[in-house]
Design a protein around this ligand. Structure first.
Ligand code: HEC
Length: 213
């Protein structure tokens, strides 16, 4: 019994003692530091000096010829020959995969819609509002319909004519999804709109006007 009382008293005094001594009297001092190597990293920070390297820098340039992980280098230039070549060499990993249509549409709406338009006819808002004066290409043209996926991927990555390169903004995986969307949905969307009969407006000529009298 007395033994457990002693433990209780000791425990209580320990709690009291730590509470009192840990009170912050001087706010300008950080106080005691236990295990300072955990508080202050021993490793060199990225942009600091380092005695280990000959050039004295911690941050070293990557060895020549290496690429960052998950980056796929794009060796094709913005030329017609390279576009053809990309069409032969590159295969769409989502070919025929309808599950990427939705994501492809989302990406198309972000990166292409304002120029190429809702149905890809080139009448996007930038063009119709006359802020962009060059008519963007019709993505439902015979040329694009028969173009291999790799060529469209090339155009998005490296650009074409006056259209700028989008390789820096859109990940390769996302570019393929956009290509799939153009293939799987944009063309049929444009076709179904084209199939809606337009109201026939009678041409007014002096002859027809005469008939009405
Ligand atoms: C700033 C406006 C703009 C944006 C954004 C844009 N394009 Fe274009 N695109 C154009 C113009 C203009 C052309 C025609 C270039 C020419 O003929 O010189 C073109 C051409 C193309 C062509 C080639 C047509 C051909 O005849 O070979 C494809 C394919 C294409 N764009 C797809 C896309 C896709 C996909 C996106 C979205 C990732 C996109 N574009 C974003 C303006 C744009």
């Amino acid at each position: 019994m007395r033994y457990s009382n002693l433990i209780k008293t000791l425990g209580l005094s320990f709690v009291l003692l730590t509470t009192i001594t840990s009170c912050d009297k001087d706010r300008n001092k950080p106080g005691y530091s236990y295990f300072p190597d955990m508080e202050q990293s021993q490793a060199y920070e990225t942009y600091t000096e380092s005695p280990v390297w000959a050039n004295g820098r911690t941050n070293q340039a990557p060895p020549e010829g290496t690429v960052p992980r998950e980056m796929i280098p794009f060796d094709f230039e913005k030329t017609d020959v390279n576009r053809k070549w990309a069409g032969q060499e590159l295969a769409n990993p989502y070919m025929g995969d309808a599950s990427v249509k939705e994501e492809g549409k989302r990406l198309y709406d972000i990166y292409c819609l304002h120029c190429h338009g809702e149905i890809g006819d080139g009448k996007g808002h930038l063009y119709t509002s006359q802020k962009y004066l060059y008519l963007p290409a019709d993505l439902n043209s015979e040329k694009i319909r028969t173009n291999p996926d790799g060529e469209i991927f090339h155009v998005i990555t490296a650009g074409y004519g006056v259209m700028g390169a989008h390789g820096a903004q859109i990940l390769p995986d996302e570019r393929w999804k956009i290509v799939s969307y153009i293939r799987q949905e944009l063309h049929s969307k444009a076709d179904s709109i084209a199939a809606i009969p337009q109201p026939v407006t009678e041409e007014v000529t002096p002859e027809t006007e005469k008939d009405k009298i």
